[in-house]
Design a protein around this ligand. Sequence first.
Ligand SMILES: Cc1cc2nc3c(=O)[nH]c(=O)nc-3n(C[C@H](O)[C@H](O)[C@H](O)COP(=O)(O)OP(=O)(O)OC[C@H]3O[C@@H](n4cnc5c(N)ncnc54)[C@H](O)[C@@H]3O)c2cc1C
Length: 475
Amino acid sequence: MSQPVSIVWFRQDLRVIDNPALFAAVEHGTIVPVYIFDSEIAEEEQPGGASNWWLHHSLESLNKRLNGHLQCFSGDPQTILCDLVSKFSANAVFWNRCYEPTVIERDKKIKQALRDSGCLVSSFNGSLLWEPMSIRKQDGGVYRVFTPYYRKGCLQASAPRYPSPAPTRITYADVSREGHTIQDAGLLPDIDWDSAFYDHWKPGEEGAADKLSDFIRHAARGYQEERNIPSVRGTSRLSPHLHFGEISPNQAWYALLNAFDDQGNSDLDCFLSELGWREFSYYLLFHFPTITEQNFNYQFDKFKWLNRQDDFIAWSKGQTGIPIVDAGMRELWQTGYMHNRVRMIVGSFLVKNLLIDWRKGERWFWDCLVDADRASNAASWQWVAGSGADAAPYFRIFNPVLQGEKFDKQGAYVKTYCPELKHIPDKYLHKPWEAPKEVLNKAGITLGKDYPKPIADLKQTRQRALDAYADTKEN
Ligand SMILES: Cc1cc2nc3c(=O)[nH]c(=O)nc-3n(C[C@H](O)[C@H](O)[C@H](O)COP(=O)(O)OP(=O)(O)OC[C@H]3O[C@@H](n4cnc5c(N)ncnc54)[C@H](O)[C@@H]3O)c2cc1C
């Protein structure tokens, strides 16, 4: 007798190891793995350019892992899945859950439609350590502050699922090829933007495993300190792999726990709590679905943004004349990534010194980051802006010069992305506008010609930001 056929709908879980939906489908019988480009999703939720680049390569990698059996479709997922169930005579559909509010709504409807047609539908947690609905305060309320959420909520709940290996054998249903190829989706950029991405990233499960083992070997010990230095490889660079589900957070969590035999080690705790911040972002998005568009703290609705377009353009192009800000924005453009410390610096500069609405920064990051993630991006931007849950207080304004001098002492990071400044002595590297003319001449720099003059006076704009905030509170 032939085995029952099931469809595995891959989404943000582009992996074979520790994939609960795939595992369940393989137990059920033979499988048809599919990926659907959702044409119905709202424009603002469509992946940005860098994410599309990643998705293209990640799907190719997954297809290889599945021996070329991945079938890709484009359109309305409900219509496509219902059609495929009947075309392939499948009696079950399996997927791992996503947590964006619109996706939850969509999936509920799809589940119902498939069940109504007599199909078995099962969904699983494949991308979080603790699902948002499982963590509540003792009084049943929702956490709004990270530390109690993580320490009391998560760490005292059941331990995260231990990761499972890849299924020992996957049997593919003998069905016709439908849909189109990954290339047909046209995900790669038309312009020559992505050439350096290839030097930094290897999308797919193998790339994710390499990043994790590199991190454990070279950087996990010392993480707490080194994670703040943008010129060194002090962090894991797992974020895009986690976003696309090429590795589960459970794999990272337990790999780190197993690598440190001294539990309670501060580097280990610090790394695990960063994974906790990722969980917290999803938790916030789940319980407060408007955080992607609206201020979490509605007091900020009255904030008077300046939103000057020329300032925004200078910021996005890395031409503000503030070296650490420009280095960060150029790193983002060239590599699809920016170091976390620098994300905070450029974010604070945009929102506070330039008085540009955090949503504009969020959109730019959404388009340029390979790890662009609805939950982490929105929650982090609101954190920087001071409008978020458990956010940095608005009056704490990063001084980009002091930040540069502290975290990029020798200027290795700035010199990588702003090579025109490489002959400026350390003393002036983070504030070239203060260098005497002869120093600039010797370094081959004319401000305003070889490198921009600063677009903002840091002291004045700091005060302006504080005044704008005070106005908001008073009105
Ligand atoms: C303005 C701003 C925007 C951001 N946008 C995103 C985004 O779109 N996608 C994204 O994944 N991260 C975002 N972050 C968070 C953070 O900068 C990145 O997760 C981190 O830099 C990724 O590098 P890594 O993998 O080497 O991190 P590591 O230091 O190695 O941390 C391990 C993992 O923990 C998670 N993590 C670490 N820090 C945070 C954090 N603050 N919030 C949520 N998760 C965290 C990530 O999944 C990361 O891969 C943003 C931060 C800021 C300040």
